[in-house]
Design a binder for this molecule. Sequence first.
Ligand SMILES: NC(=O)c1ccc[n+]([C@@H]2O[C@H](COP(=O)([O-])OP(=O)(O)OC[C@H]3O[C@@H](n4cnc5c(N)ncnc54)[C@H](OP(=O)(O)O)[C@@H]3O)[C@@H](O)[C@H]2O)c1
Length: 299
Amino acid sequence: MKIKLSEKGPEVSKIIAGVMSWGVWGSNLDPQAMLGLINHYIDLGVNTFDHADIYGHYTTEEAFGNALKLDSSLRSKMKLITKCGINLTTPNRPQFKIKSYSTDKEHILKSVDKSLENFNSDYIDVLLIHRPSPLMNPHEIAEAFSTLKESGKVLFFGVSNFTASQFDVLNSCIELCTNQVEASILHLNPFLDGTFDTCLKNKIVPTIWSPLAGGKVFKEADDRVARILKVVKGLESKYDLHLDQILLSWLMTHPAKLVPVIGTVNKGRISNAVAAAKVKLENEDWFKIWEASTGTEVP
Ligand SMILES: NC(=O)c1ccc[n+]([C@@H]2O[C@H](COP(=O)([O-])OP(=O)(O)OC[C@H]3O[C@@H](n4cnc5c(N)ncnc54)[C@H](OP(=O)(O)O)[C@@H]3O)[C@@H](O)[C@H]2O)c1
């Protein structure tokens, strides 16, 4: 169940637990319920948890940290990913008047200190710049990352939602271990726009947010989803997998070794996702699903 994000990067689980909806942006789990979910993941071999400073309007890291306080042995069993760089307008951050990005050194260092306090931990495993800012200076970001590495506060670094060229520029200043991007059967852009090519070139593993299109793929809302559901359901018995599992396997069949960051808080669905990580789809089945999404055979 483990994979290295890059040659010198961290080993993470092949499925990552996305924590965005655990707090007030979703299920609003209390510390005991969070602890139950963390343990369910860890028992299944999923030891990597994906956060961002902004989740729950800057409250979910701390809520997760409160769950960790209930069992002091947990922190050493897990890898924590978190992100910084987005400024949200919320009563919790009255200093931000409009939504914006900050990727200057001072902001990055302060954000990490706050995340460490929230998690009640003295290190973060992987820090990502959440979104590329039009004002970002890769040399300054690299300087911030070096400072964090030297202090031991952050072990590894990456980015999220970066284009191939934005990734290459920062990666030329400091070694990155992942680009966390949106991809699913309803979001094919990174297969086509060079994002995954750059990951293959640099031998880094992309982590994938909304791998099930945030749940949209389960609601037969339009012709595209109806086509996908028909094809995937037709494959369920062949692979002895459910719809959600086939769609995750479809992503994980890609040679860039995509690692899904799943958002469900349903324990049965979490177990299913882990089982899906063991399956690769046959070539023609992969293309049947691609064709159902694009609505046309490949040229
Ligand atoms: N880097 C970024 O910019 C960024 C952006 C967004 C998200 N993320 C990360 O990615 C993680 C996952 O994102 P996501 O929540 O959009 O991922 P997702 O796994 O694509 O979607 C989760 C949603 O799908 C539903 N779902 C899953 N399996 C289902 C099934 N079999 N039948 C019906 N509904 C099902 C879940 O409902 P139930 O909970 O009821 O199962 C939940 O509402 C987040 O937690 C966060 O860590 C990162």
